[in-house]
Write a protein that binds this ligand. Structure first.
Ligand code: NAP
Length: 313
């Protein structure tokens, strides 16, 4: 009998195709309301943008798996899921390189003002003017907030740029050769570039607030490839407008895909639409790992990549 699953966020076409080829019946959570149909759903599938709260889970008495196609799962109420005996899986590792690549790309973009220089050429400004000098990235000091898989991949790349790497995490990481700082504020005070690579959710909400930005200072740049919620966005807009920091490069925002018009008007920012893992190769690898988790679940095998909170489940 075909298994019935529900998508809880838009999925890429090749993921939908893979689900259909595997003969799953895929419902869309915005269309299915009938309690009888909801009872048939046994697994949920979504991206890192998926919002799965207690209310939704209460409507789905037979769901036992939430398979997230992404490493961040801050939209999922994992505690509520665990209470109902539901396991949550995600796709760690396969996207690490892409996200670290984009972090370096954003750092170079804001430090060397590459998008601004591109606009300068396109607008014809070069004919009458000289593009202002920018800031050096090689040899600068980089602070990483969150020394996990992505943080470590960013550090590895930064070392190739002869950068001095410092970090903060919940605790010092064994085997990591970079200097540890107890708080994001203490770290920010020491660095030219501060990159955020922690998970989103309540525990990191507004971790980068006014005091961290003040410590980063008028020569410092903020790069966020983690989650919009980690940065106090109004405080960041103020810091950028008042030149309390030199600039910011952001892949993630509050209220995506709506981006604060004030932020969009600023010239000391580089903004990308949450694309850190969005390469063909990586999105396919993420979809394949999500499919592996689904298959293992229905074949009653050990799940390849449960989230840490569900690893003993
Ligand atoms: P990870 O391996 O779990 O690393 C996260 C790191 O953050 C861990 O070292 C963790 O410390 C640390 N951390 C957690 N809470 C902290 C806090 N309050 N203060 C300081 N450090 C804290 O995860 P990852 O694979 O590197 O991914 C990190 C995040 O990147 C994801 O959760 C996701 O939200 C984001 N991401 C964004 C994109 C994008 O498209 N922009 C793509 C992929 C991932 P412990 O080791 O002590 O737990």
């Amino acid at each position: 009998m075909a298994q019935e699953i529900m998508q809880v966020s838009p999925l890429p076409a090749f993921m939908m195709n893979a689900l259909q080829e595997a003969s799953y019946i895929v419902h869309d959570h915005t269309h299915i309301k009938d309690p009888g149909a909801l009872r048939k759903v046994t697994a949920l599938v979504g991206t890192g943008a998926a919002m799965v709260d207690k209310k939704l889970l209460t409507m789905l008495p037979n769901v036992k798996l939430i398979a997230i196609c992404g490493v961040g799962y801050d939209g999922v109420d994992v505690a509520a899921a665990k209470e109902k005996g539901i396991v949550v899986t995600h796709t760690p590792g396969v996207l690490t390189d892409d996200v670290a690549d984009l972090a370096l790309g954003l750092m170079l973009s804001i430090g060397r003002r590459i998008p601004q220089a591109d606009r300068f050429v396109r607008n014809g400004d070069w004919v009458n003017d000289v593009f202002p000098m920018t800031r050096k990235v090689s040899g600068a000091t980089l602070g990483i907030v969150g020394m996990g898989r992505i943080g470590q991949a960013i550090a590895k790349r930064a070392v190739a740029f002869d950068m001095r790497v410092l970090y903060t995490s919940r605790e010092p990481k064994v085997g990591v050769p970079y200097t540890f700082y107890q708080t994001a504020t203490a770290l920010a005070a020491e660095v030219d570039y501060l990159v955020v690579a922690v998970p989103g959710g309540d525990r990191t909400k507004n971790l980068i607030g006014a005091s961290v930005l003040q410590a980063l200072g008028s020569q410092g740049y903020l790069i966020n490839i983690a989650r919009g919620s980690v940065v106090d966005q109004p405080a960041l807009v103020t810091a950028l407008k008042d030149k309390l920091i030199a600039g910011a490069a952001l892949d993630v925002f509050w209220d995506e895909p709506l981006v604060d018009p004030e932020l969009r008007r600023l010239n000391n920012v580089v903004l990308t639409p949450h694309i850190a893992s969005a390469t063909e190769e990586t999105r396919r690898a993420m979809a394949a790992l999500t499919m592996d988790n689904l298959r293992a679940f229905y074949e009653k095998r050990a799940l390849p990549t449960p989230v840490p909170e569900c690893q003993s489940a």
